[in-house]
Design a protein around this ligand. Structure first.
Ligand SMILES: [Ca+2]
Length: 720
């Protein structure tokens, strides 16, 4: 893994760029985002920004003073593999009091410090190449700085190569919470120096061929994990208490693998310490815990000088020239039974006894006789077999090779069932090395769309329109757009995501195919109306067929299909014989058949047909002339309670979805009634035997009066 990453970086740095060389004194990124430079008369330097956030270096730069002085927070400086070079007494990229600045893919060489950080926090140093500076990265916090509640100097250094520094590759003084990860630190005088710095993490780095030391730890609570530390003057030099060294490979270092000097209560576990001058060297150091290390082929496996109270257990001492030597202070070389002590490759004892004192018969994997270094350093329970360390260091989490973020997302609010949905997206990427930019849209656990934008390098924006089909069932659906990177869609590291919702409405058509209403019925008799409706539904919903009678002021529904709660989908026909009782009073009545479907909790009327029913008296052969369509009082109120849901029972005076069609199908009479100058008697007061000619007479008189008034008004108007 690391090897691959490193190969990727190296390849990247070897890219050939069309070199633009700029020479000047210093370049500034001012706090307002401006790019400024000295001498002011020089041509503009090859650095540009589209948005005062991203700063791209587009050519090589040589300075006689500081290289780039950063005075602005929340920016990304991408060197794109170009070089900044300068004199030995100043800083290449200088950040003082800065927060949230990324410096990436920049080669910085020959300065006092390649990158100088003073009182800065949340700085990311990614994929840089720092070469032949006195210090690759120099970081300092002044001692009188107030650091409570302020994160000072939180620096992440990853995937960088720091080589040939004249002092330290990375120098960290009085700073906490830094992470140095996955970098190659090679051929420097020293690798990493922590000085008075607590709580830092150094992991998965390769430190090799550093002339004096690989890592020097001054400070507490630091974690040094999973590093490969080889062929340095010395491996790890510890000068403080309370640090953890876990799962490192420390090999072929000239002087020693790990040395603790006046350092108490450290933990050294799970390391492979091989082929060093001394494997582990303790001087004046007490109470350290050293377990489960493989200590192999060193000149001296463990050496203790003036150190006491240290505990060693479950280490494998294999083929060291001297397995362990110690001055006469008391140390402990085994844990309690049955864990026991260490494996010693030169321990030639028998194992026929068992128990804490090895005095009971039977073997237990522990050599029956102690292994003695000196009278105060005895392994009382030496293990007979090489111990396979259970300590495993988790693999390195993926490095921040690329950042991909969602810039915009335009999803429709609604989409018909099964339709094609288009979602335009724009994403932004910043890569350390060529990497595929990936995007996908999921709905729950289902991926509905994905796209590989191909290998991208550097910084840029990508726009695309994602398309996928809406579900066939109506409802509200939540989708998630995820963007990130990886070698392919099957290996996708998500950097950013955003949720969005799309409503899929019900789409339905319901029409009345035919019906057969009898033209006449006797009062109070049961009226059968065969009716057939046809429905086409995308999604699923229920269908209502109803018959309503106009009461002169509202529609009174007298029948509804009993299966209106059944959910239906697709295409089909429904046939019923609707039955209702004819009104008890003779007359001509207007009825309407309605075909509806349920949408969002109400009935939408999709089709309607009217018919007239002539009601004759219950006695046969009633010769009474039908008098009025309007003057019949509303019938039984009990029918109202059996009506289907609300929207159809609302009075026509309230707004309905299909208002225009409602008024069209109303009988003409209500309109004339409201225009009548005479107060219209309430229906219950109307005599059923009112003479038709009388009515006509009244109507004629009224009309004549209206015409006369209108004429008078027109005459009375002054001529225009
Ligand atoms: Ca034994």
């Amino acid at each position: 893994m690391l090897g691959l990453l490193i190969a990727g970086i190296s390849g990247n740095f070897q890219q050939v760029h069309a070199r633009i060389l700029w020479s000047g004194e210093t370049i500034y990124i001012r706090s307002n985002g401006d790019i400024d430079w000295r001498p002011s008369g020089a041509s503009p330097p090859p650095i540009s920004t589209p948005d005062r956030v991203h700063y791209d270096i587009t050519g090589d730069i040589t300075t006689t003073g500081y290289g780039i002085v950063v005075e602005r927070d929340n920016i990304i400086i991408n060197g794109n593999g170009h070089t900044i070079k300068g004199p030995e007494n100043v800083v290449g990229i200088y950040l003082e009091g800065r927060n949230n600045v990324t410096v990436m893919r920049t080669t910085i060489r020959e300065y006092h410090s390649g990158i100088g950080l003073i009182r800065s926090s949340e700085i990311s140093i990614l994929g840089n190449h720092l070469i032949e500076n006195n210090y690759g990265i120099f970081m300092e916090v002044s001692s009188n700085n107030v650091i409570s509640n302020i994160r000072i100097g939180v620096i992440t250094t990853a995937e960088s190569i720091i080589e040939s520094s004249h002092e330290e590759a990375i120098y960290i003084h009085s700073s906490s919470g830094n992470t140095i990860k996955g970098s190659i630190i090679e051929s420097n005088y020293r690798g990493i120096l922590l000085s008075g710095s607590d709580g830092n993490i150094i992991k998965y780095n390769t430190l090799r061929n550093n002339g004096e030391r690989g890592i020097i730890v001054g400070g507490s609570g630091n974690t040094i994990q999973g590093n490969t530390i080889t062929a340095n003057g010395a491996g790890i030099d510890v000068r403080s208490p309370g640090n953890t060294f876990l799962g490192n490979t420390i090999e072929s270092n000239r002087d020693y693998g790990i040395r603790l000097s006046s350092s108490n209560s450290n933990t050294i576990a799970g390391n492979t310490i091989r082929g060093n001058g001394y494997g582990i060297y303790l001087t004046g150091s007490n109470g350290n815990n050293i377990h489960e290390n493989n200590i192999t082929n060193n000149g001296n496996g463990v050496y203790l000088s003036s150190s006491s109270g240290n505990r060693f257990w479950l280490n494998n001492f294999t083929n060291n020239n001297v397995q362990a030597s110690a001055t006469m202070e008391q140390n402990y070389w085994n844990a309690s039974y049955p864990t026991g002590g260490n494996y010693w490759s030169d321990c030639r004892g028998t194992d026929v006894k068992k128990g804490p004192n090895q005095d009971q018969s039977g073997s237990d994997g522990i050599v029956d006789t102690p292994y003695s270094i000196n009278p105060n350093n005895i392994d009382y329970l030496p293990r007979g077999l090489y111990f396979r360390t259970p300590i495993t260091v988790p693999p390195m989490t993926p490095l921040l090779r690329i950042k991909v973020s969602i810039s915009s997302l335009g999803a429709p609010a609604t989409a018909p069932p099964g339709s094609s949905i288009s979602v335009p997206i724009t994403i932004h990427y910043e890569t350390l090395a060529p990497t595929h930019v990936l995007a996908r849209i999921t709905s729950g656990a289902t991926e509905v769309w994905s796209y590989d934008f191909g290998s991208k390098d550097g910084t840029g924006d990508l726009s695309y329109t994602a398309t996928f089909n809406a579900p066939s069932s109506p409802g509200s659906y939540t989708y998630r757009l995820e963007v990130g990177y990886g070698p392919s869609l099957s290996s996708f590291t998500v950097n950013d995501s955003r949720d969005f919702s799309i409503q899929v409405p019900i789409v339905a058509k319901v029409i009345i195919v035919n019906f057969a209403a009898p033209p006449t019925a006797s009062a109070g008799s049961s009226v059968p109306v065969p009716v057939t409706v046809h429905y086409e539904i995308i999604g699923s919903t229920s269908v209502l067929v109803s018959i309503c009678r106009w009461t002169n002021s509202y529609w009174d529904c007298v029948w509804g299909n009993p299966d209106s709660s059944v959910s239906r989908s697709g295409t089909g026909d429904l046939s019923y014989t609707a039955t209702f009782n004819a009104p008890s009073s003779p007359g001509s009545y207007t009825y309407e058949i309605r075909a509806c479907y349920q949408s969002a909790g109400r009935w939408d009327i999709m089709d309607r047909k009217t018919f007239q029913l002539q009601v004759s008296p219950p006695t046969s052969q009633a010769t009474q002339t039908p008098t009025s369509t309007t003057q019949v009082p509303p019938q039984t109120s009990s029918t109202t309670q059996t009506q289907p849901p609300t929207s159809t029972q609302t009075q026509s005076s309230t707004p309905q979805p299909q208002t225009s069609s409602t008024t069209q199908t109303q009988p003409p009479t209500p309109t004339t009634q409201t225009q009548s100058p005479a107060p219209s008697p309430s229906p219950s007061q109307l005599p059923l035997s009112l003479d038709l000619t009388g009515l006509l007479l009244i109507a004629v008189v009224v009309m004549a009066l209206i015409i006369a008034i209108l004429l008078l008004r027109i005459r009375a108007k002054p001529p225009a």
